[in-house]
Design a protein around this ligand. Structure first.
Ligand code: ADP
Ligand code: MG
Length: 236
């Protein structure tokens, strides 16, 4: 099986020539399929930049990016959009739900961009995250924890191989953090590869592998302690 994610010598600079920011510098990273990776590091260290490159939302300034065995480095915007819809589900700290669409419609929108909207599948996905009775609510009528569960339903609806979660519990209280982490653990058990950005060492310990970024470089691979109870290690 190809690596789920393979980055070689990846660099990313932002901005015009005279005021460039080097967000990533010479990053090499291989993530085996089925890994639950926690990405840690101080603010500004490049975590979101790295997640955006893996998620085909952006392209590197140098180096190569391969996802599920496909080198996407020289893909066009259109190819990246197609590839992303097939392979990747996103969960963001700020949820990014469409405010004038119901929970159900937000999930169906993701189906629409992938292939065809299917209401009964979308309902089943919301039931899976415990929101079967919230399908017709707008995001503003849902708590933060409920909104993040809609996002998880949306991320899972097209059966992506890879889930990218950028500080998924950053805006949640402890009880909702537990629910969200439980759903990520389910997704991991179902065989998905997960890349999760977190500041919280306790959250990171649920992952099967941890890396630490600093100033755009991988400073430490597999930081921290192994595993909390109930999560089976698959890959380092
Ligand atoms: P993190 O997610 O670890 O906080 P980011 O990847 O968001 O870090 O940012 C890494 C560096 O790149 C920071 O110095 C940030 O200011 C800069 N940066 C991020 N996105 C942009 C952008 N779109 N334009 C210019 N600079 C950016
Ligand atoms: Mg960030």
């Amino acid at each position: 099986m190809p690596a789920a994610i393979a980055l070689h010598n990846v660099g990313k600079v932002y901005g015009p020539e005279r005021s460039q920011v080097a967000a990533l510098q010479g990053v090499d990273l291989e993530v085996a399929a089925g890994t639950w990776l926690a990405l840690m590091g101080p603010s500004g260290s490049g975590k979101t930049t790295l997640v955006n490159l893996i998620g085909c939302l952006d392209q590197p300034s140098r180096g190569t990016v391969a996802i599920d065995g496909t080198d996407v480095t020289s893909f066009s915007r259109r190819q990246l959009t197609r590839f992303r819809a097939e392979k990747i589900g996103f969960i963001f700290q700020q949820f990014h739900l469409v405010g004038y669409l119901t929970a159900l419609e937000n999930v169906m929108l993701a189906q629409h961009f992938h292939s065809l909207a299917d209401e009964s599948e979308a309902r089943a996905s919301l039931e899976h995250v415990g929101l079967g009775d919230r399908c017709d609510h707008l995001p503003a009528q849902l708590s933060g924890g409920e909104q993040q569960r809609v996002c998880i339903a949306r991320a899972l609806i097209n059966d992506p191989k890879i889930i990218l979660a950028d500080e998924p519990t950053g805006n949640l209280d402890e009880a909702n953090e537990r629910i969200v982490m439980g759903l990520l653990a389910d997704a991991h058990r179902a065989g998905r590869t997960i890349v999760m950005v977190t500041h919280d060492p306790a959250v990171a310990c649920l992952a099967t592998r941890r890396i630490q970024l600093r100033h755009g470089r991988i400073e430490d691979s597999n930081v921290g302690k192994p595993l909390a109870i109930g999560v089976v290690p698959q890959q380092r």
